[in-house]
Design a protein around this ligand. Structure first.
Ligand code: ZN
Length: 734
């Protein structure tokens, strides 16, 4: 304020003086004043600010001001006094109003730029480093770092290189990757460590003079690094090629026990050489399996029985033996070749390690019939002729039972088609058993009965109709000498076995005894503590008491119990005591089986009935993929003497042969049309076209016939011979 007052005072004095002067002069002059308020002005680059200044005359008239900048590279000014900063620096603007001038100091400042914070970053000028373990084992990385963080290194394979203070040191041949981490930035460098000359097995380098173990037949591949000879390579050799061979690529094949020196030598730099001892041995045998052709036929071979060793390079000190030698096969132990003779059946082969007999394998080989052997097998070289007692209910109370003569056939196969007449039992009929929960039972067995009625009219049709009436029995089939009749579909229970009527009272029981394919009908007995003995071994099955006393093997059905194979063991069904027949039998006879009633009606061709029965049984077995061991008698399921006529006549085993013949034909000859052709017309008096013996000659008569097969228009004829026994040879009824 003091300064302002002082200024005003001076101004006042000046005005006073001027006015005095003016008073002295008649004409007054115009006086300009320039008032500059902004003496100093600071602007940023690009910024514009106003210089505040006023110019006027003493008569209070405005006077124009002009502006001039001293350094136009620093700032510019326009004609109204607006200053714009151009670049950092100082200059002045001169203001002029008439005869008055003044100066404004201009300072231009730089615009302040705020830099973003620096992110740490690491980079390397190299991405790959090649080191030689011998010549050039070290390398120092020069990381380029921006920002501020801690540099960390990680190595994926620390056995190949190490790093310390940016210095890489090679440790062994291989490739490793270094990852450098700097803040959130990473960079990698791949380091390849080589050696001018190295021989390795897997990850391990083989040292000069080392001992390398190998196994016979187990290939080894060396890794050979030879930097000096790229394109020329190395030469590899074995001192004993009977022990091991080696290719120039370093692939070693050990061949026999022993030691060989392996040499690997550079072609162009022979002083680069590596030798080591290859010690070849066998791996110990751990186990092995025997395999054999699955279609071995009689009169065939020799077949190769092969053994697969585990491990593959195990010592092959195997020996073979036939555990159950039979006439069917002979074994040449040295090479495991099997020569098959003329018998079908099973051969049990054991192979074992000589050095450790506990290591063994057993193969049970099934020998099937060749086509010509099959045809011969079906032939009946000598026909049967026997008077057979027909055991019928009609004569049980009033014996004797009638006796009919029975003549066999010249062939086990009945040269005729399988015929079935359908006579379905209706739901609601007394003997009609519904499916359990609507689901068919598994068909696991066939049950053979005979009707037990010897009256002339009791043929398949009559018995089938009887079943479909109000009888409290039912069965799936009836069969006579002409055809089979079917009442009930397979899988539906029927009332015929006398062991519980379709009530699923059975369970499947694991006996715990390994199944022996050569013994589908094992020997059975009872242990002193009431367990079922199977082939002399104590099973898991407890035998029920026989009507209050401890059971013995005499309490089983005369034909035995039923078994089947499951999970490699013998299985059976629930055992029960049948008080009617005082027999310990199997349950499930009504549920798990197809029941067949065979007709023994007097005057019918009984042998042809049995052949038709055999054909029917074989067809059922074939349909359900069952074997002969699935055939049962009614006797198996309750102890009843059924089929009585066949059992008493002693023809069960003969009948099983007929089934086998029909089954073999279904399995092996189903593609063929089969016919019998008698060579001599005179024999037609004695033998029918079905192979049936029609009458017995006075003396044995040899029949020559052809077993003819026809397929795709081509016929095959197999000559066979069968002898019909003389009338005087007929066996009396038992
Ligand atoms: Zn029966």
């Amino acid at each position: 304020m003091e300064k302002v007052l002082k200024l005003l005072f001076l101004l006042f004095i000046a005005l006073f003086l001027v006015s005095c002067k003016d008073e002295e002069k008649p004409k007054e002059e115009s006086v300009t004043t320039l008032t500059l308020t902004t003496k100093n002005l600071t602007v940023e680059e690009g910024e514009t600010k106003q210089i505040e200044a006023v110019a006027k005359t003493n008569k209070d008239e405005a006077v124009a001001i002009t502006y001039a900048v001293a350094d136009p590279s620093i700032a510019s000014v326009n004609n109204t006094g607006k200053v714009t900063g151009i670049k950092a620096g100082s200059t002045t603007v001169t203001l002029t109003a008439n005869d008055k001038t003044d100066t404004c100091n201009i300072t231009v400042t730089k615009e302040e730029i705020v830099e973003p914070p620096v992110q740490p970053k690491v980079t390397f000028s190299v991405s790959e480093v090649n080191l030689d373990l011998d010549a050039n084992p070290e390398y120092t990385l020069k990381p380029k770092l921006v920002g501020d963080a801690e540099l960390l290194y990680a190595i994926d394979k620390p056995d190949i290189i190490s790093i310390e203070n940016n210095k890489i040191t090679a440790l062994k041949v291989g490739t490793a990757v270094i990852t450098a981490t700097y803040g959130e930035s990473t960079a990698t460098v791949t380091v390849n460590v080589v050696k001018q000359f190295s021989v390795s097995l897997g990850e391990e380098e083989i040292a000069e003079g080392a001992e390398v173990l190998a196994y016979v037949n187990e290939e080894l591949a060396l890794t050979i690094v030879d930097q000096t000879d790229i394109g020329l390579g190395v030469e590899c050799s074995s001192s004993d090629k009977t022990i091991a061979t080696i290719t120039n690529k370093g692939v070693i094949m050990p061949l026999a026990e022993g030691t060989a020196t392996i040499t690997v030598q550079s072609v162009t730099t022979p002083e680069l050489v590596r030798t080591f001892q290859l010690v070849v041995g066998y791996k110990p045998l751990e186990s092995f399996t025997i395999s054999y052709p699955d279609d071995m036929r009689t009169s065939g071979g020799p077949y190769d029985v092969e053994v697969q060793l585990n491990p593959v390079s195990a010592k092959n000190d195997l020996k073979y033996e036939l555990v159950e030698p039979s006439a069917a096969v002979s074994l040449r132990p040295l090479n495991g070749q099997l020569t098959v003779n003329t018998n079908k059946g099973f051969a049990k082969i054991r192979a074992y390690s000589q050095s450790n007999p506990n290591i063994e394998a057993i193969a049970i080989v099934e020998i099937k019939l060749s086509l010509s052997d099959l045809i011969n097998y079906l032939n009946q070289p000598l026909t049967v002729a026997q008077n057979v007692t027909l055991v019928g209910w009609q004569t049980v109370q009033n014996p004797p039972h009638p006796v009919d003569p029975m003549y066999g056939s010249i062939n086990k196969y009945l040269f005729d088609e399988h015929r079935v007449v359908y006579n379905w039992m209706k739901p609601g009929t007394v003997g009609y058993v519904e499916y359990e929960n609507g689901i068919p039972n598994p068909v696991m067995f066939v049950v053979v009965h005979d009707v037990g009625g010897n009256a002339q009219g009791e043929n398949a049709q009559a018995i089938s109709n009887y079943c479909n009436s109000s009888a409290e029995v039912s069965f799936h089939y009836t069969v006579d000498d002409t055809e089979a009749w079917q009442n009930i579909e397979h899988g539906r229970a029927a009332w015929h076995a006398g062991c519980g009527c379709g009530s699923n009272t059975y369970s499947f029981l694991d006996t715990g005894i390994p199944y022996d394919v050569t013994r589908p009908r094992p020997m059975i007995d009872v242990s002193t503590d009431n367990y079922l003995l199977i082939n002399g071994q104590k099973s898991l099955i407890q035998v029920p008491s026989a009507g209050g006393r401890q059971a013995t093997k005499n309490d089983f059905p005369s034909i035995g119990l039923m078994f089947f194979e499951r999970n490699g063991n013998y299985y059976t069904t629930t055992l029960y005591y049948n008080s009617t027949y005082r027999t310990i039998s199997n349950r499930g006879g009504n549920d798990l089986t197809v029941g067949i009633e065979s007709c023994i009606n007097r005057g019918a061709d009984l042998y042809q009935t049995w052949q038709r029965l055999a054909k029917l049984v074989a067809n059922i077995l074939h349909q359900h993929n069952l074997g002969l061991d699935a055939i049962s008698q009614h006797n198996n399921w309750s102890g009843k003497d059924c089929p009585g006529t066949m059992r008493r006549a002693g023809y069960w085993d003969h009948f099983m042969g007929l089934v086998e013949a029909e089954l073999l034909v279904l399995q092996e000859l189903s593609d063929y049309e089969i016919t019998l052709e008698l060579v001599n017309d005179a024999d037609k008096e004695y033998v029918s076209s079905r192979g049936r013996v029609l009458k017995l000659p006075n003396a044995r008569r040899t029949i020559q016939y052809n077993f003819k097969l026809r397929k795709d228009g081509v016929s095959y004829s197999f000559p066979l011979t069968s002898t019909i026994v003389a009338a005087s040879e007929i066996v009396p009824a038992i």
